[in-house]
Write a protein that binds this ligand. Structure first.
Ligand code: ADP
Ligand code: MG
Length: 694
């Protein structure tokens, strides 16, 4: 390996600066991809700008465009916002001006102007926020494209231009050494550039088209490698792991259903059937049950667990919080009251004596169903015969944690069946990547008698009205939640639990019985408060997000969320799912003065739909997949080039091809695939747990 110091194009003494950026050798240089491109020319045409900002949402620093004002939309509301569309022969872009009401006078449609600013992409559309506006130059714009200059992630000591010359000086040598891991016939079939060519073009494109083609090869490559890994893992699971097959007949089916206090919705009945079929097999179930908040996932989980217990085996349910574990425990105990099922709850607040006795009973098979938090993952817990594991609200757990419960058994059947439940649906793009090894069941129907929660977004100055309405509801015998971002008063100017309680108690909620709930209370205290709330001894519960997940109190009909812009979209959707569970119309009020356009958009998106799937897709669009469901905890390396959801089509092709390859060559042992396999395992072997297969 040649050190950077010894490569051409690198000034002596600069080696350390390169190393600081992680550029240690020739290969590192080659793999250091441009973050964007620049044109030497003074102003771009809109179409080129569009292509340059491209899939990447990061923008070139500054760009100028000359065009004609096509339309203007005056803003209204407390925060002045004027939108205009700029047009040239090649396309359109949107301009947004905040807090410059006077600008409208300068934006008369038909006027030619030169605008400068930092282009970005918002909801897929090219836009300039608060651009500088000037008289258009008289000369027509010189549209002659000039060479695109790559711009690289740089440091203070090492500017992009120095990196560019270093890469230029070594590009040929480096590219010539590159071996392509994709077989030529396959590349030709998919119309993919050779690897060396892709690197040449991405670093030294002649035009935008070169960038697109090079990017395509590299992005596809990433997606294909991950899909091959996922498919290989799936094959591994199907081939080598076995779970106890659970017998299921109509009598057993009916007996389980008779425990439930209601009949299943069609959607529940359908997923129960899907799960039941999985459980009769020796192939370990690995299924994701997704269903919006309140769709009734719990009884479906209980069904699966009772099927294990009916066969004399054990089941475990893992919840993300103690409150939720305890809620599941009491609901299930109630449903199983007349049965012989032995059910226990194990959380961190069990005394060590309780804990030891539960552990002993689990090991001897004296407990059929254990419900708990991640305390269940403790090494000291041994099941006698664990057949079904349910993990509720999976987005709180990482993949690593899931693996632990799974590997608990070591007898004939090494793996329990596993059901993961989530109310935060995985957008399709992600379900095809990180979670590509899960089968998915979806509950897409609510239990009868539910109307969608109405959501309103209200500025803080109007919050008094909101609380007066809450007081009215309390007057009618209903209850409510108020969610605030922090427990203690802080200097961030955020509303905290205690101050807010005092203010509401002295003000609009003076006739209500108020209590507080947050994560710093002892579990026992929290239980007691929940119990009093459930028994309607408390009208309004002021809480942090500890109430986020799963709490089920049908008489609570209204939730007010203070500083709603501080919460993520999935979280807000979860929070509002706390209401609208009974006969009354649920109402969720988001109180916020968001300071960014994105913040406003998020709240508007939440207010505009009650459908958790749409919320998740919107979230993905606004924030990118890295932030979402498990992607961060998955331990997988982030993509360097591929972007989701933009590259969905590519992903689908990669997935199809990967499935076919692995079906034909399970472990990629064909010598043709040796290099591919090596690169695949290097990239994903550890994260996917397939490092030692084949
Ligand atoms: P989630 O999917 O959010 O976990 P739950 O399982 O907590 O939803 O169910 C929400 C509420 O709906 C609970 O009170 C539950 O008892 C009730 N429920 C679930 N299924 C039905 C059904 N088929 N008919 C009537 N009520 C139901
Ligand atoms: Mg639930």
């Amino acid at each position: 390996m040649t050190l950077v110091d010894e490569l051409p194009g690198i000034a002596s003494g600069k080696g350390d600066d390169f190393r600081q950026l992680g550029l240690r050798c020739l290969a590192d240089l080659l793999l250091h991809l441009p973050s964007r491109y620049e044109r030497a020319q003074q102003h771009a045409c809109i179409a080129d700008l569009d292509a340059l900002v491209g899939e990447h949402s990061e923008s070139p620093d500054q760009a100028s465009v000359v065009g004609e004002i096509a339309s203007v939309k005056p803003g209204f509301g407390r925060r002045s916002k004027v939108e205009a569309v700029l047009e040239d022969d090649s396309g359109q872009l949107k301009m947004v001006f905040f807090n410059q009401p006077w600008i409208q006078k300068r934006l008369s449609p038909g006027r030619r102007v030169k605008v400068s600013g930092r282009p970005g992409r918002f909801s897929g559309q090219l836009q300039l926020v608060n651009p500088r506006l000037e008289q258009a130059p008289d000369q027509p714009v010189n549209a002659e494209p000039e060479r695109l200059l790559p711009v690289y992630a740089a440091s203070e000591a090492l500017p992009s231009s120095a990196i560019r010359s270093a890469i230029e000086a070594n590009l040929e040598t480096g590219a010539a050494l590159l071996q392509d891991h994709l077989p030529t016939p396959y590349r030709e079939q998919r119309d993919l550039l050779a690897l060396d060519e892709a690197y040449r073009l991405i670093h030294r494109p002649r035009d935008v088209d070169d960038v697109t083609r090079a990017r395509h090869r590299l992005a596809f490559d990433e997606l294909l490698l991950l899909q091959l890994g996922v498919m290989m893992k799936r094959h591994h699971r199907l081939e080598t792991l076995q779970a106890p097959p659970l017998p299921l007949d109509d009598e057993r089916h009916q007996r389980i259903l008779s425990r439930f206090p209601f009949s299943l919705t069609n959607a529940q009945a359908r997923v129960v059937k899907e799960i039941g079929e999985d459980l009769t097999r020796t192939m370990p179930m690995n299924r994701l049950l997704q269903g919006d908040v309140g769709s009734g996932k719990t009884v479906v989980a209980l069904y699966a667990m009772l099927l294990a217990i009916a066969d004399g085996r054990q089941a475990a349910l893992m919840a993300p919080t103690e409150i939720l574990a305890e809620q599941h425990h009491s609901a299930m105990r109630e449903m199983l009251e007349a049965s012989r099922v032995k059910i226990e709850v194990l959380t961190a607040s069990c005394t060590s004596k309780q804990r030891r006795s539960i552990e002993a009973a689990l090991a001897m098979g004296k407990i059929d169903l254990v419900i708990g938090t991640h305390a269940l993952l403790n090494e000291s817990i041994q099941f006698k015969d664990l057949a079904v594991v349910v993990i509720d609200e999976q987005h709180r757990f990482g993949v690593q944690q899931r693996a632990l419960l799974r590997s608990r058994r070591d007898e004939q059947y090494q793996a329990p069946h596993q059901l993961v439940m989530t109310a935060t649906p995985i957008p399709r793009t992600l379900s095809l990547t990180v979670f590509g090894d899960l089968d998915v069941s979806t509950i897409d129907e609510r239990p009868p008698g539910r109307s969608p929660v109405i959501t309103r977004f209200v500025p803080r100055q109007d919050s008094r009205r909101v609380y007066e309405h809450l007081a009215d509801r309390v007057g009618q015998g209903q209850q409510g939640f108020v969610v605030v971002p922090v427990i203690e008063a802080s200097d961030h100017g955020l509303t905290d639990v205690h101050t807010h309680r005092d203010e509401l108690q002295a003000g609009p909620l003076k006739n209500c019985r108020i209590d507080v709930m947050h994560g710093r209370l002892e579990a026992g205290e929290r239980d007691e408060i929940m119990e009093r709330f459930r028994n309607r001894e408390i009208d309004v519960l002021i809480a942090t997000t500890v109430i986020e997940v799963g709490i089920d109190i049908p008489n609570a009909t209204m939730i007010v969320i203070e500083h709603a812009d501080r919460f993520g979209m999935a979280q807000l959707h979860q929070l509002r799912g706390r209401v609208g569970r009974g006969d009354y119309q649920g109402l969720c009020v988001l109180v916020a003065d968001p300071v960014t356009e994105e913040g406003t958009q998020r709240l508007e998106a939440i207010a505009s739909t009650d459908d958790g799937f749409r919320v998740a897709e919107k979230d993905l669009e606004l924030r990118g997949p890295g932030e979402l469901f498990g992607a961060r905890q998955s331990g997988l390396a982030p993509f360097r080039v591929a972007r989701l959801p933009q590259d969905l089509q590519m992903l689908l092709t990669a997935r199809k091809d990967a499935a076919a390859w692995i079906a034909a060559d399970h472990w990629l042992s064909d010598p043709e695939h040796a290099l591919l396999k090596r690169r695949l395992l290097k990239a994903h072997g550890d994260a996917l747990g397939i490092g030692d297969v084949g």
